[in-house]
Design a protein around this ligand. Structure first.
Ligand code: NAD
Length: 490
């Protein structure tokens, strides 16, 4: 059986006798590889290597680093199909979904190809008599990323591309359920010209994560994962003076006003709620129709359309939804559906208890639709992270606005309407970090930035965009005055 090992100092780094954990193929339910798990000592080793490699990488010109990032981008483009297959085989998302994810990651690599411009400082001539002021954005040294299973390529690229482009060395701890694609990306980065030791991948779980947060030679940690872990990782790292950005979970709402184009809304809701089997932090697992007439019309359309969704393996042509990542995660989702039943919600389509012919052992669930969910229900308050769509009915615009605003998660929200005034009021008032207007998953483009509010993100700077350049550099401000005159001048 294949063993997946660490990638340190430009090489695969296997440790005989290491503790391993199984990596499943969710499409078949079979174990397809064993992942070697690291520990604090391996983190220490990787950090020491990164620390000695980083100064030379930081010393070359920004333009030279940009050229390496450009080569990296081209290599990823050349290997898209291979990378997508690798991801789909461990995550279960459809091949097209994996390709889309890679493109989103590539967009950030594209963005950092402009690093000479992004990293250049500001300059004021004549800030005082004979005085100039300028700023320099220096890399931090060794920085790290801890990433979630559901975007095994995109989120590492969000972090490592800006971190390396500005001159840092990077330690990446990928998730144990979907680790392979990150190792392949590290190989491609090396081939592109990222020097050995600048991008190191160390596998593992909590122990390795905890060795990263608080490590005295790791100056910043970018984390994406569930809220509970994000919150504790943020507190642990910040207490030791590490710069932290920790993105957490989500419960994104789609508010549907009576004037919305319901056919379009249903198409968007199906993609938002069931794409990637609901395992996206930008998924839309809650819809809030305004008025009973809107709710009934939406429910009727969803009852008609949801059963038509084709469930299949990640590489099945025509499949619209694949399996979830593990048997354990499938049970967790099922327990939330049961919780909704017990709490008195109306489970109108129950996705449990079916199996896919030819994939009987795969981790498949069918889409679930729950009506009459309310804000007091635990199944509404908590993130389910599966193919489960909840309808929370509202009587008025203000009531609909209150659900996403009062929810403890604040990653994303969408409003569907033809009324520009209502949309503007919603955008202005809603207490959520990323807002869509007639857009189901408002993921900002790579030259803006990505981040939620409340329990969806801890820290001040967002992922990618100019925020990422600020996050991975520290600013030095120089105020400079030269004596007037001198030999040959006056
Ligand atoms: P998770 O929190 O279980 O794990 C995330 C990462 O943290 C993994 O690499 C894991 O090994 C590591 N980890 C676990 N315990 C740790 C500890 N004590 N210290 C340091 N690291 C530790 O999340 P997951 O199940 O892999 O991913 C799904 C979650 O991620 C969902 O909640 C989803 O909403 C969230 N997510 C959020 C965003 C966002 O941008 N807000 C994006 C994608 C996913």
């Amino acid at each position: 059986m294949r063993t997946i090992s660490h990638f340190i100092n430009g090489q695969h780094s296997s440790r005989p006798g290491a503790v391993t954990s199984p990596v499943y193929d969710p499409n078949t339910g079979r174990v397809q590889a064993q992942l070697e798990l690291g520990d604090a000592a391996i983190i220490g080793e990787a950090v020491a290597i990164a620390k000695s490699a980083q100064p030379a990488w930081a010393a070359i010109t920004p333009q030279q680093r940009a050229r390496v990032m450009f080569k990296f981008k081209v290599l990823i483009e050349e290997h898209m199909q291979e990378l997508a297959r690798l991801m789909s085989s461990e995550h279960g998302k459809l091949l097209d979904d994996s390709l889309g994810e890679l493109q989103r990651g590539l967009d950030v690599v594209d963005f950092v190809c402009g690093v000479p411009h992004l990293q250049k400082g500001e300059f004021t001539r004549g800030a005082g008599p004979g005085t100039n002021v300028y700023s320099i954005h220096e890399p931090l040294g060794v920085v790290a990323g801890i990433t979630p299973y559901n975007f095994p390529a995109m989120i590492p690229l969000w972090m490592l591309a800006p971190a390396i482009a500005v001159g840092n060395a990077f330690i990446l701890k990928p998730p144990s359920r979907t680790p392979s694609v990150t190792v392949r990306l590290a190989e491609l980065a090396l081939e592109a010209g990222v020097p050995a030791g600048i991008l190191n991948v160390v596998h593992g779980g909590k122990e390795v994560g905890e060795a990263i947060t608080g490590h005295p030679d790791i100056k910043a940690v970018s984390f994406v994962g569930s809220t509970a872990v994000a919150k504790s990782v943020y507190a642990r790292g910040a207490a030791t003076g590490q710069r932290m950005q920790c993105m957490g979970g989500a419960k994104n709402h789609g508010v549907v006003l009576p004037d919305a184009d319901l056919d379009q809304v249903v198409a968007d809701v199906l993609a938002g709620a069931f794409g990637s089997a609901g395992q996206r932090c930008m998924a839309m697992p809650v819809i809030v129709p305004v008025g009973q007439k809107t709710a009934e019309a939406l429910r009727e359309r969803l009852l008609r359309e949801i059963p038509k969704l084709k469930i299949g393996g990640a590489s099945d042509p025509g499949a619209q939804m694949g399996p979830v990542v593990t048997a354990e995660h499938k049970s967790k989702i099922e327990s939330y559906i049961q919780m909704a039943v017990d709490e008195g919600a109306d489970v109108v389509i129950d996705g449990r208890g079916r199996s896919l012919p030819g994939h009987e052992e795969g981790f498949f669930l069918w889409p679930t639709l729950i009506d009459h969910a309310t804000s007091s229900m635990k199944s509404y308050q908590e993130e389910i992270f599966g193919p489960v769509l909840q309808i929370v009915r509202a009587e008025t615009f203000e009531e609909a606005l209150s659900y996403p605003s009062d929810h403890h998660q604040g990653n994303a929200v969408s409003i569907f309407t033809r009324n520009g005034d209502a949309a503007e009021r919603f955008v202005g008032k809603v207490a959520v970090g990323m807002v869509g207007v007639n857009v189901p998953m408002p993921v900002p483009v790579s030259y803006h930035s990505f981040g939620g509010w409340k329990d969806s993100a801890f820290g001040d700077l967002n992922q990618y965009g100019e925020d990422s350049i600020r996050f991975f550099t520290r600013t030095k401000l120089v105020t400079q005055r030269w004596p007037r005159g001198g030999p040959g001048v006056d």
